[in-house]
Design a protein around this ligand. Structure first.
Ligand code: THG
Length: 265
């Protein structure tokens, strides 16, 4: 199971001004708290900084790495920002977030994944945009796995992301994700499945409850990587409990260790 902390994202109200003012202490505190709470990777997203994303990404990567030794998940659709982040990243195996099946993006991002021997999140999105059925998602999953492995990316380095869209905008969206994850688990057992969990609850009250419920459901379907808020202690408790309950935690060692460290209540 891979937990990627989502909180360093300039779309968040508190983070944007901190990044604009180059407030290293604020960003480093956010990185440390997420790693202390159990995040294995730290997501870094400055996608709202359209005019200087490249320079901002470089600053963020260096700033976060001064504070934590966890590897980074570079979260940008822009190849230039990705390259700058990859060049600066030195904490273990970096994760590229993300590649898609869109022809241009695939061709631009793939060489960087290979050059830096990175892990890669592959979004179920093709040239026709975000798919709106499980069948369309599965078609793109097949294509992405075929093309990435043909290029030499190891299955263990591929994280398929079915793309979670808010449940407030379509009642079947949860089911489509579950079906896609079951397909990945059955047909490609060595490829991972990842998601931006908090997307599910956009536009609704009590978001944490929806995020927690969907984490449990998707983990039962075979999801094994989450971009989420690790400072939600109830969420982390459900993560360790679910892992044990779906046979991904031998002798409940992860559950017991996390308990001893006080990572959940
Ligand atoms: N897949 C992949 N990467 C992703 C996503 C995905 N990266 C971005 C996003 N989706 C995952 N990260 C977040 C981060 C924050 C929120 C949701 C997803 C979030 N933020 C509150 C909001 O916007 O309302 C913050 C409020 C605030 O603090 O200002 O919900 O799907 N591969």
């Amino acid at each position: 199971m891979l937990i990627i902390g989502e909180l360093i994202n300039t779309s968040r109200k508190a983070v944007k001004p901190a990044v604009e003012q180059r407030d290293a202490a604020f960003i480093q505190d956010l990185a440390k708290k997420q790693v202390e709470a159990g995040a294995h990777y730290v997501d870094v997203n400055c996608g709202t900084m359209v005019y200087n994303e490249v320079e901002t990404m470089e600053w963020l990567v260096n700033t976060v790495q001064e504070a934590v030794s966890a590897p980074l998940c570079l979260d940008t659709p822009r190849a230039e920002a990705m390259e700058a982040g990859l060049a600066a990243a030195k904490n273990g195996q970096t994760m590229v977030n993300s590649i898609t099946a869109e022809k241009e993006r695939f061709e631009k991002v793939l060489p960087m994944v290979l050059k830096y021997k990175a892990k890669v999140i592959a979004l179920c999105m093709g040239d026709n945009g975000i798919p709106n059925s499980a069948e369309e998602r599965i078609t793109i999953v097949r294509q992405l796995i075929r093309d990435l492995t043909a290029a030499g990316v190891a299955e263990d380095d591929i994280y398929l992301d079915p793309l979670i869209t808010p449940i407030s905008t379509g009642e079947k969206f949860g089911l489509d994700v579950l079906e896609t994850v079951r397909f990945i688990r059955q047909e490609h057992p060595r490829v991972h499945a990842a998601c931006g969990l908090s997307n599910i609850s956009f536009g609704l009250p009590n978001r944490k409850i929806l995020n927690q419920a969907f984490m449990i459901q998707t983990m039962a379907a075979g999801m094994d990587a989450y971009i989420l808020d690790p400072l939600d202690k109830a969420m982390m408790g459900f993560v360790y409990a679910s892992q044990a309950l779906v046979g991904q935690d031998s002798f409940c060692m992860g559950y017991l260790n996390a308990h001893r460290k006080g990572l959940y209540e």
